[in-house]
Design a protein around this ligand. Structure first.
Ligand code: MN
Length: 361
């Protein structure tokens, strides 16, 4: 099996080439392939490509523009695992989101990068140095509080800020521009920043945010509050959209079976949201027994935390802290809760449901 590497529109340094070759050598060992492959690092996005794509003639196309090197390695591993699934395991092509192949590629590529970073300490400088400009951009967005002497490498290893998938003013039927802006740039980013500061002091900093949440009982109160804030909001942003989406099967069927109708489900969700006294969240969750349930959590707790007795995987959640609605709704919290339905991203919610159900089988 041979690997041919091509660079289209970019010229890597000698160190970067060494780095890429080493990484690919690891992949050859952990996921051997049957056929020769070509890997193309390209600066222009080709059709049907977000960050990488595998084509039928054993070509892996990797986008290198405006991205951090760590993500590029991750993409190489991701597409490589897909090639392995098709050529060695002889699996059929599956959907991009939530499928077994996709989940596996995500998990394995993460492992490969982590493993690589551990064994190639000296190369870290090469991996990250070219991107110092981008990192400083991220820092300046984050806020002024970050000590300027913080090392680039530790920056990039931290829990990252999820991008808002739409503009601040695009959820106008539900929430106003100013609230969204403050909510995202101050509250949410504040949680992520404080979480990262705290994680520097404790063990467990190599975990991703979902792992931390699932094992939250191992951590202190600061990690619980800020980790919860980071995770809850990252989910919340994705659970909303300005686009029109519809509730589809199999989740539609499950909701109708559990709550009789979608309307009754919504009523119940609103009713339980209203029972939350003070700050917290309301959730639709998938329990360990594969049933749907509506629950509320206080503060920034999440149903996925191992401290929750009756928890589960969050499918849909609504932030009912005052900071989420007060500028627009003042004391009319019920109205805020009701208007949430106008912006729910059912596509996302359905995808999460499908992928979480599959994991249990
Ligand atoms: Mn919030």
């Amino acid at each position: 099996m041979e690997v041919e590497i091509k660079y289209d529109g970019c010229t890597p340094t000698k160190e970067e080439k060494i780095l890429i070759n080493r990484f690919i050598n690891n992949l050859k060992k952990s996921h051997p392939l049957n056929d020769d492959v070509t890997i193309v690092f390209q600066t222009e996005r080709s059709e049907k490509m977000t960050t990488g794509v595998r084509t039928n003639n054993h070509k892996l196309k990797i986008l290198v523009k405006d991205r951090l090197n760590r993500d590029i390695l991750r993409t190489v591993a991701h597409e490589w695992v897909h090639e392995h699934q098709r050529s060695v395991l002889k699996r059929k092509k599956q959907k991009n989101i939530g499928s077994e192949n996709e989940n596996e590629a995500n998990a394995k590529s993460g492992e490969e990068v982590k493993k690589f970073e551990k064994t190639n300490k000296k190369l870290e400088k090469t991996i990250y140095s070219r991107f110092s400009e981008e990192i400083s951009k991220i820092e300046s967005i984050l806020n002024e509080e970050i000590p300027s002497n913080r090392k680039i490498i530790s920056e990039i290893k931290k829990i990252s800020i999820e991008q808002l998938p739409y503009d601040y003013d695009s959820l106008g039927s539900f929430i106003d521009d100013e609230t969204m802006k403050t909510h995202y740039t101050k509250h949410y980013k504040g949680y992520v920043e404080k979480l990262n500061l705290e994680l520097e002091k404790v063990s467990g900093k190599d975990m991703d945010i979902e792992e931390i949440i699932k094992k939250i009982s191992r951590f202190n109160k600061k990690v619980k509050n800020n980790g919860g804030g980071a995770f809850n909001h990252a989910l919340f942003w994705k659970m909303m959209t300005p686009k029109k989406t519809t509730l589809k099967n199999p989740l539609l069927f499950k909701i109708e079976k559990t709550f009789e109708s979608v309307e009754l489900f919504k009523e119940k969700f609103e009713e339980i949201a209203k029972t939350r006294f003070g700050s917290g969240w309301v959730w639709l969750i998938l329990t360990k027994n594969n049933t749907l349930k509506i629950v509320t959590t206080p503060n920034q707790d999440n149903p996925l935390m191992d401290t929750e007795k009756n928890g589960g995987y969050p499918l849909l959640g609504l932030d009912i802290w005052e900071h989420a609605y007060y500028l627009k709704y003042k004391n009319e919290r019920d109205k805020y809760i009701h208007n949430f339905w106008k912006v729910v991203n059912w596509d996302f919610v359905c995808d999460v449901y499908v992928s979480q159900t599959k994991k249990k089988i």
